[in-house]
Design a protein around this ligand. Structure first.
Ligand SMILES: *[C@@H]1O[C@H](CO)[C@@H](O)[C@H](O)[C@H]1NC(C)=O
Ligand SMILES: *[C@@H]1O[C@H](CO)[C@@H](O)[C@H](O)[C@H]1NC(C)=O
Ligand SMILES: *[C@@H]1O[C@H](CO)[C@@H](O)[C@H](O)[C@H]1NC(C)=O
Length: 299
């Protein structure tokens, strides 16, 4: 063998070693970047992890695998299998050195029964687009709100290079509720009148909405309910109109204006607590998640 031939064979061997360590990109993919059979994770032994035979690949173990791409594209094929285990060659006086379909061979310098079943299918490939889990809820870690998501294919050596997997922020992770004036224009017995932002306390992740309990300029914030019970009592309430996450608009009478808690300013707060899992504010009094608010008046 000439030295150049030796060099070429070395390069080929190195290339083979390199390519076997990595899963290649999928050549076929649908609009979500998924290969036709979806993306399966590695086979993992479940339940009894001890092989019931000690040689020849004669025993079996039960294995399962997870469809890593389930949230984006489903997988085809089985998620369970029985695989052979303990591939040491059986010694005399065994009838056979290896159980079918395994054959005695030298692998990696060791006399063994092979070829061993793969933990990753030969057909595995890295999807053309990164497959990421949904973000998990926000969590307070130290003084930072943190949320994470996973690269679904990391376990089969297809990293989601360049994707953000962790986000942190100092501010409470619930966003300002929107203005419910338009979406809740037709709420029962009420009418939107004044939108203002909630005042967020980032340290506690709670918020106040200052509700006005008096007439200001030409704006009336407290009116008697002309219908039913309220009218009979002449009750004037400061109304909070909210759009719940379900899309329903609801009202709450936060306080009685005539006996306002703060008799000078006639202000009182509606209070909210952030749900870090969903990123929505919860109105403390009803426990309902909301995404839009406005102060209203009774009709
Ligand atoms: C091959 O043998 C070496 C040394 O015994 C070991 O470190 C390595 O993990 C083996 N590789 C395989 C694929 O079994
Ligand atoms: C109402 O909320 C504001 C802003 O968070 C706060 O400064 C004020 O003390 C609150 N008032 C009451 C009565 O809780
Ligand atoms: C209410 O007052 C504002 C100014 O304070 C004025 O622009 C508006 O036209 C008034 N609305 C009515 C209905 O009088």
């Amino acid at each position: 063998m000439t030295s150049s031939m030796l060099f070429i064979s070395l390069v080929i061997i190195l290339l083979m070693i390199n390519s076997s360590a990595q899963i290649s990109p999928c050549t076929q993919a649908d609009a979500n970047g998924c290969p036709p059979a979806g993306v399966w994770g590695e086979w993992k032994t479940v339940g009894n992890t001890k092989c019931d035979m000690d040689c020849g690949g004669c025993g079996t173990l039960y294995q399962e695998r997870e469809c890593l791409s389930e949230s984006i594209c489903s997988c085809t094929g089985s998620s369970t299998r029985y695989v052979a285990c303990n591939f040491d060659v059986c010694k005399y006086p065994s009838q056979k050195s290896c159980c079918t379909p395994y054959l005695p061979m030298v692998l990696n310098g060791t006399y063994t029964c092979g070829p061993a079943p793969k933990t990753i299918e030969n057909s595995a490939c890295c999807p053309q687009k990164d497959l990421l889990s949904a973000w998990a809820g926000w969590e307070l870690i130290g003084s930072q709100w943190t949320r994470t998501r996973k690269c679904l294919t990391a376990s089969i050596e297809c990293p989601c290079t360049g994707q953000t997997l962790t986000e942190t922020r100092a501010a409470c992770p619930c966003a300002q509720p929107a203005d419910a004036t338009v979406p809740c224009a037709n709420v029962a017995l009420g009418k939107p009148i004044y939108y203002r932002a909630i005042v967020v306390n980032d340290a506690t992740c709670t918020a106040d909405l200052i509700l006005i309990g008096e007439t200001q300029g030409n704006k009336t914030y407290c009116k008697t309910l002309t219908d039913g019970y309220g009218a009979a009592r002449g009750f004037q309430g400061a109304m909070l109109i909210m759009r719940e996450v379900s899309g329903t608009c609801t009202t709450d009478t936060v306080f009685d204006c005539s006996a306002g808690v703060d008799p000078v300013n006639k202000r009182q707060n509606g209070t909210f607590t952030c749900n870090p899992d969903t990123g929505n504010w919860v109105y403390d009094y009803t426990g309902k998640e909301i995404n839009a608010i406005v102060q209203g008046v009774w009709l």
